[in-house]
Design a protein around this ligand. Sequence first.
Ligand SMILES: Cc1cc2nc3c(=O)[nH]c(=O)nc-3n(C[C@H](O)[C@H](O)[C@H](O)COP(=O)(O)O)c2cc1C
Length: 212
Amino acid sequence: MNILHLTFSSRGEFSESQRLSRKIVDMLFHWNPNADLVVRALGDGALPHVDAEYAFMQHSCDAGRCGTGSSARSDELIAELERADVVVIGTPMHNLSVPSSLKAWIDHVVRARRTFTMTTSGKQGLLHDRPVYIAVASGGRFSGANAHQPDFLTPYLKSILASIGLHNLSFFTVEGTGARADSVDAARRVADDALQAHFNLLGFQHACEDLD
Ligand SMILES: Cc1cc2nc3c(=O)[nH]c(=O)nc-3n(C[C@H](O)[C@H](O)[C@H](O)COP(=O)(O)O)c2cc1C
């Protein structure tokens, strides 16, 4: 089994999304000790934005622009995604949605004629579906009774990943990381319990055997 672990926090060892996503990877390894792991830590802004050549190429390949500019980086990121049997994403919420580092990755992998095709009813995904685990950390709360802000991150990721063929998404969150240490501890425990319950329920071993 190939696992692709992508992280988008700039907070290093203090990152809750990185910790939670690492825990997901650990659980996958628990069931699949021989799994291969590729890790991309992109929270430091290391991934540049797509360039002008890429932007023209999204419209058409006619002007001989295909294969130029940042399409080589896009090729590499898409190939990495295609090789993965399971994708694990660790991301903060930034300004009610995804951080710009994750948006940059999305711009590279949501690519016309490569990962989606345009139809009269919209984008149709060209990747085969696979489990995608998404660990989200936020300073405040965005779900449940005590939510005090809208959540554009979850619906956005569901919609954009579905557009390239990835529908099998599972979200886990640590919300309220800006609160007192004891509250953050409690939020961490809730997230870890939800994760454990998910993997127990899934009988993950069997699911992974099917992937081999
Ligand atoms: C630029 C920026 C924007 C943020 N916007 C939000 C926000 O809209 N909602 C929220 O709850 N927290 C927001 N936060 C707080 C982060 O989500 C929080 O620190 C989270 O724990 C970061 O993830 P990490 O622990 O994985 O680094 C923001 C932080 C930064 C740096």
